[in-house]
Design a protein around this ligand. Structure first.
Ligand code: UD1
Ligand code: CA
Length: 451
């Protein structure tokens, strides 16, 4: 089928310089959600109608299966679809979607297409407050006659509770007849797409109406308030899917997935966690409250305590991370690695069973197995101009408050005494220490305040 996505509207009420359809829902542009839906339906060709300033939209979302059509000036929804006609395959039907209505589901659209058959299909909904929408006018037998826009409607018509959601499925050859014939003789002086209902009926073509599976599917984004409402709906739906897959969410109202979250069996996620990009959590992983994970892989059985940040990093199985840990890009942790509070790791590998439990900076380091890194240890990886590596071999013990001035290597089984400032390699299996010898100063008196 052909899909036309209308996205030329300015979105004035967003009060933003960003084109409306680039505002994000679940971390992705509104339009990206609609494109996903179109592709899931197996659209052969997707025409996106964009408007002034929309080059940014094209740059952000361009792909080989998209045809971008600039509509300038914007003379109405009928005029918008008219611009796409030469690009549509006349043998296939055309589905009209909206760049600012991102939650529309494939099941609803499939039904709309199915019920339209070789005729016209209109997705309608019943609202308690239909204000602002086009109304569905039916005859005494309940057959749809036409759609009337609110501003053109009589008082009786305004009392109709059935509204036009905007989604339609139409035979493309018919659109090619109808759209050039539309006029703009109405209250808004616009070419209304909705007028094709009248034209179809005039030709004796059947017009089917159908409703969405869920009424929130047809909600649009016109303001930041509506964007926030849709965000919660989207997140809640995501949360339900995760729970259906067996994930334990301590509160499905307090999770934000801005990308793809892939969970194994018996994963538990506490409240207020944010997952960005692609995150993979292995079997039995526990994520504590208030964690932020971005493009991360976490091995089976690892426990992540609250307030931990992990970005572009891989954590092995059986690990203990946090609370208040920060794993930055390029971090790779082996099995049963412990990273405790206020430990920052960047561009480093830490092999199995090694531990850095408190207050440390590990950057540009290669750390072996069974290494213990004491509190306050710092890899001095930056000389003000270049970065250098620190290598710590298996079974080394790094005493507290040590500075490792890179490039430097700590040999296998070496021990560094607390407070060491290591500037040369430490030999394996030996104690290396740079501390000055402890003395007690005889006769020293604490200064007292002068009167
Ligand atoms: C339209 C429908 C109305 C329906 C409502 C549902 C018409 C005439 N009316 O009204 O029956 O109840 O949607 O929300 O179709 N757009 C363009 N180019 C244009 C005009 C609009 O791309 O020249 C796009 C807008 O970006 C928007 C969509 O089409 O995404 C709908 O346009 P809008 O002006 O919001 O239509 P409504 O007046 O709300
Ligand atoms: Ca609208």
């Amino acid at each position: 089928m052909n899909v036309v996505i209308l996205a030329a509207g300015q979105g004035k009420r967003m009060r933003s310089d960003l084109p409306k359809v680039l505002h994000r829902l679940g971390g992705r542009p509104l339009l990206a959600h609609v494109l996903d839906t179109a592709r899931e339906l197996g659209a052969g060709k997707i025409c996106v109608v964009y408007g002034h300033g929309g080059e940014a939209v094209r740059d952000a979302l361009n792909a080989a299966d998209l045809v971008w059509i600039r509509q300038e000036p914007q003379l109405g929804t009928g005029h918008a679809v008219l611009q796409t006609l030469t690009f549509l395959d006349p043998a296939a039907p055309t589905l009209v979607l909206y760049g600012d209505v991102p939650l529309i589901g494939t099941a609803t659209l499939s039904r709309l297409i199915e019920e339209a058959g070789s005729g016209l299909g209109v997705l309608t909904e019943y609202l308690e407050d239909p204000g602002g929408y086009g109304r569905i006018v039916r005859d005494d037998d309940g057959r749809i006659v036409r759609i009337v826009e609110e501003r053109d409607a009589t008082d009786d018509e305004r009392a109709i509770g059935e509204i036009n959601t905007g989604f339609i499925a139409a035979p493309t050859a018919a659109l090619k007849r109808w759209l050039p014939a539309l006029d703009n003789d109405n209250a808004q002086g616009e070419y209304y797409l909705t007028d094709i209902v009248r034209l179809a009926i005039g030709e004796g073509m059947p017009v089917a109406t159908t409703q969405p599976e869920d009424s929130w599917e047809v909600l649009g984004v016109n303001s930041k308030v509506q964007l926030a409402e849709l965000e919660r709906l989207h997140q809640y739906r995501n949360a339900l899917l995760l729970m259906e897959q067996g994930v334990t969410l301590l509160d499905p109202d307090r999770i934000d997935v801005r990308g793809e979250l892939d969970c194994g069996r018996d994963v538990t996620i506490d409240v207020n966690c944010v997952f960005e990009g692609r995150v993979v959590l292995g079997d039995g992983v526990e994520v504590g409250a208030h964690c932020v994970l971005k493009n991360a892989v976490v091995g089976a059985g690892t426990r992540i305590a609250p307030f931990t940040h992990i970005e572009e990093a891989e954590v092995g199985p059986g690990g203990r991370i946090g609370p208040y840990a920060r794993l930055r890009p390029g971090t790779r942790l082996g099995e049963d690695v412990h990273i405790g509070n206020f430990v920052e790791v960047k561009n480093s590998t830490i092999a199995d069973h090694s531990k850095a439990n408190h207050l440390a900076y590990v950057g540009d380091a290669t750390i072996g197995k069974n290494v213990n890194i004491g509190a306050g240890t710092i890899t001095c990886n930056y000389d003000g101009a270049n970065k250098h590596r620190t290598v710590i071999e298996d079974d080394a013990f790094i005493g507290s408050d040590t500075q490792l001035v890179a490039p430097v290597t700590v040999g296998r089984g070496a021990t560094l005494g607390a407070g060491t400032t290591l500037t040369e390699d430490a030999p394996p299996d030996k104690l290396t220490i740079t501390r000055v010898k402890q003395t007690t100063v005889p006769g020293w008196k604490r200064p007292v305040k002068k009167r």
